[in-house]
Design a protein around this ligand. Sequence first.
Ligand code: SF4
Length: 327
Amino acid sequence: MVNTTRRVLLPAPRSFCAGVERAIEIVERLLEQHGPPVYVRNQIVHNAHVVAELESKGAVFVSELDEVPEHAVVVFSAHGVAPAVEREAAARGLDAVDATCPLVAKVHAEAKRAADAGDTVILIGHEGHEEVVGTMGVAPDRTVLVESADAVPHLRVENRDKVTFLSQTTLAVTEVETITEALRAHFPRIKGQGKEDICYATSNRQAAVAAVVGEADLVLVVGSVNSSNSNRLVELARGAGVEAHLIENADAIDPAWLEAAGSIAVTAGASAPPKLVDAVVRALAALGPTEVIERIVAEETQEFLLPQRLRNARPNLPNRSAPFRNR
Ligand code: SF4
């Protein structure tokens, strides 16, 4: 057990991003405007705590649109949906509200542009992730998925000179760089913007962990198991040779992890609320003296407009994003 003051390092940015805040606010505003239930297709963001809190306010999460009664309000999650889902909602007379993160929507627009120009779209991503399912659905007949550099030589495309690559927004920067390199070597005329599709929030959170991992004996990442960007943070720390764990909340901390950890970095994926990080810091402080040090590698000022129908002022919204500061 550590006998001296334990250091708690808080890499920043961490926790909620602008796309997640917008998606949650869309559901909250709809609940206020329409009253419950408001249906949400899939988890609005990949965080169990956020989902449970919205459920307690009257949101109903469904996997498929046929679970939504006709003419009801349904929200598409931050991960985006395939155009076929939008068409299905319209055909069923649902009142659909799109909470797709604008940065995911941008990738959809790029996929459409490339496919319309006759290119095969090579999407770098993880099979089955909701964002990947949505992006592949933009041009399903012209899109192929690649998950690793080793898979690149096996990709089948119509015309090797007409290919464009895009990526899931929440991947590891290094992973995308490796795959991009393999793509450029295999398809010399491929178009694409390198790691530019990885969103600012994902790359900032990775850079922040990279900046502190050398000083940490242990890295705790607050996030849910299905959160892509949270998992990438754990991998980044482990890749640097540091013990790291993904935890849903403070209750998930195993005391055995802390025994030899004099310096602990605590971060959170973009879908995990700041208050869960605060609770982890409080739990660590309850075990003995701690010195909390925040390391800021980037300031985030990104904001996204709400859909037009929801932009009217609204009182009494909680401030979700106030982060734990130096103390
Ligand atoms: S992690 Fe990135 S892409 Fe996903 S909601 Fe946040 S800003 Fe948008």
